[in-house]
Write a protein that binds this ligand. Structure first.
Ligand code: NAD
Length: 446
């Protein structure tokens, strides 16, 4: 996907989805109504292209992300492709190379910011709720500050979620739940250190803290088991000018200037990489994890593969084969000294397609944190003992249609439980979910 986005303008063959730009202000409703299958739209994925994967500002070339994510809705959960709508909010780009490229598909100007940006997004979100009242709106690959601000602005006003924050959190939490079946230590006894303190890190931290509270910890005690390390070192109370989303995890602790000293000082059971900086889980860091833990949990979640904090092989090699490993991008199975592992991707595709399917099938009015927590629990249960034995914290992707159906049912249950579903409850919810899927298999090969 990263490659496709970087070269999007050059490999462009035909338009897909809607591009909305600042000069469309005042007529976004009309533009949405022009979509040929407007009455059918169930799932919308929108980006403004500012933080595509770990690749930064790709401007309108980021349209590959909504298109790709929606293909996953179809391939992984059986959402009818005719009911999906990719949207690019093309507000310019800070990428000078793209702006000067005559083939660039987007607006060749610097990014719109501030009040004008907010007004454009606001008109778009309001128009979506009006034109597609039964659709779920997924925000994808916005820059951290916008991602966090827009989620808190709209989550209680309309049916929306941010996949980088909440989808990531659910898939990571599922991996952590699965890892506790190997370590035998419940979640609320884990200590987590994150490398990276952006939208993915704080999203995961919030959902993990919530899950620890569900297991009986007080919120303050839960947050104290989580530490963030960013480019300036450990996030501690004595640091000035900390962004608001980091504050809940600022520790009352001595400053540490890097990951290694933070790991030595805090002795975490779990290391989560969401920094988009490769080779940061170095041999000394992983050996320090292995010295403290019989089974250190190591998640190198940064995408694409070239940004992963460590490779699967490094994780196993530098922990003498004891790491419980998951990654954001795929790694091939590893064999070392006669032992083999099949690490699996903690990919959001395990969560958002099923979540979207569940939300839209019962026409939930909101997407709530409990839905992500339920999705995570269900996904973790679907990793079998055989999966865990070979080092896989997630079920295989060839079972994804079934996994997504299970996630959809778990999410729909929460929607009914929280009184958020507009459709009356069907007698047999699992059968209802399965019966209302599009079959993405090409008939010749089934
Ligand atoms: P972000 O820009 O919000 O956060 C990145 C964070 O890393 C920031 O806090 C930044 O200060 C920190 N950072 C930068 N350089 C650092 C350094 N040298 N040492 C320590 N910290 C450093 O981005 P994000 O949305 O949080 O995503 C981060 C990464 O996680 C991306 O690569 C993304 O692809 C990946 N991700 C993976 C999944 C998944 O696989 N499930 C989901 C979401 C995001």
């Amino acid at each position: 996907m990263g490659e496709a986005c970087k070269r999007f303008s050059h490999i462009f063959r035909r338009p897909r989805g809607l591009y909305i730009c600042p000069r469309d202000r005042g007529r976004i409703r009309a533009i949405l109504r022009n979509w040929p299958a407007a009455a059918e739209v169930a799932v919308i994925v929108v980006t403004d292209g500012e933080r595509i994967l770990g690749l930064g500002d790709l401007g309108a070339n980021g349209m590959g992300i909504p298109i790709g994510k929606l293909s996953l809705y179809t391939a992984c959960a059986g959402v009818d492709p005719g009911r999906t709508l990719p949207v690019m909010l093309d507000v310019g780009t800070e990428n000078a190379e793209f702006r000067e490229d005559p083939l660039y598909v987007g607006l060749p100007q610097r990014r719109l910011r501030g009040a004008e940006y907010d007004a454009l997004v606001d008109e778009f979100v309001t128009a979506v709720a009006e034109v597609f009242p039964a659709a779920v709106l997924q925000f994808e690959d916005f820059a951290t500050e916008n991602a966090i601000t827009l989620l808190s602005r709209y989550r209680d006003r309309t049916c929306t979620f941010n996949d980088d924050i909440q989808g990531t959190a659910a898939v990571a939490l599922a991996g952590l739940y699965a890892s506790t079946r190997i370590t035998g230590r419940p979640l609320h006894e884990q200590r987590l250190v994150f490398l990276g303190a952006g939208s993915a890190a704080t999203g995961i931290a919030d959902l993990v803290a919530r899950a620890m509270v569900e297991e009986g910890l007080a919120p303050v005690a839960a947050r104290a088991r989580i530490a963030l390390v960013d480019s300036k070192g450990l996030v501690t109370r004595d640091r000035t000018g900390l962004a608001a989303h980091k504050l809940p995890y600022a520790l009352e602790a001595a400053p540490q200037h890097d990951l290694l000293t933070s790991v030595r000082a805090l002795r975490p059971t779990t290391l989560v990489g969401v920094s988009a900086v490769p080779h940061t889980f170095t041999e000394p860091v992983l050996r320090a994890m292995a010295a403290e833990n019989e089974r250190p949990v190591v998640f190198a979640l940064s995408n694409p593969t070239s940004r992963a904090e460590c490779t699967a092989e490094e994780a196993y090699r530098w922990t003498d084969g004891r790491a419980i490993f998951a990654s954001g991008s795929p790694f091939a199975p590893v064999t070392l000294d006669g032992r083999s592992w099949v690490p699996r991707q903690g990919n959001n595709a395990y969560i958002f397609p099923g979540l979207g399917l569940g939300v839209t099938l019962v026409q939930a009015r909101r997407v709530t944190e409990s839905m992500f927590a339920a999705a995570a629990r269900r996904l973790a249960e679907l990793a079998t003992d055989a999966d865990l034995a070979q080092g896989s914290l997630y079920p295989p992707l060839d079972r994804i249609m079934e996994v997504s159906a299970e996630v959809a049912v778990a999410v729909a249950e929460v929607a009914y439980g929280e009184g958020l579903a507009a459709l009356p409850r069907p007698g047999d919810l699992p059968a209802f979910v399965r019966a209302n899927r599009y079959d993405p298999r090409y008939p010749l090969y089934t």
